[in-house]
Design a protein around this ligand. Structure first.
Ligand SMILES: [Zn+2]
Ligand SMILES: [Zn+2]
Length: 169
């Protein structure tokens, strides 16, 4: 009888090393002083971790969000309040505004949006996005601090950090 590599519970499925996704994730995780749970497995070029679950390569922080907090609706980004891309501590994860909506807002030319936090994006000019990218690269500031500097919601910064479609700016 095979045993789960993490919790030693018996696993009846052949070739399965863990009893569930949670054990798989925790087995590849190290708790850091700041409270971050660093993913110790493979890290991609983009700085995010990669975990193979069910034959598919997935993002560990998204898996963690799904295990501890629930479903991620389509298009939503899982963002880090600790700005540590390999952290999978669910307490450090929050859902960012859907990318597609953000893209849409930009395309439409920053019209006022009354639905909520998206209107924050309207305040940003292209040069602001350029500046934000620079600040993100330097890593001297947390995303929350940058959001404050520009008077926008942290989800915007998270989006700019993750958004690949703005690379022309
Ligand atoms: Zn287990
Ligand atoms: Zn963290």
């Amino acid at each position: 009888m095979a045993k789960c590599h993490y919790c030693s519970k018996e696993v009846n499925v052949p070739k399965k090393r863990f009893c569930n996704e949670k054990c798989h994730l925790l087995n590849c995780t190290e708790v850091k002083e700041k409270g971050c749970w660093d993913y110790k497995g493979f890290k991609g070029k983009d700085g995010y971790g990669q975990i193979k679950i069910g034959g598919k390569v997935r993002r560990p922080h998204r898996i963690s969000y799904q295990i501890y907090k629930g479903k991620i609706d389509e298009g939503f980004n899982v963002c880090h309040s600790c700005d540590n891309p390999i952290c999978v501590n669910p307490e450090h994860l929050w859902l960012g505004t859907p990318k597609d909506n953000m893209d849409d807002m930009l395309r439409k030319g920053r019209k006022a949006d009354k639905k909520g936090e998206l209107h924050h994006l309207n305040k940003l000019k292209e040069e602001d996005i350029y500046k934000i990218r620079k600040l993100l690269k330097k890593k001297n500031y947390k995303q929350k601090q940058i959001a404050k500097m520009f008077g926008v919601d942290p989800s915007c910064i998270c989006y700019i950090n993750a958004g690949k479609r703005w690379s022309h700016i």
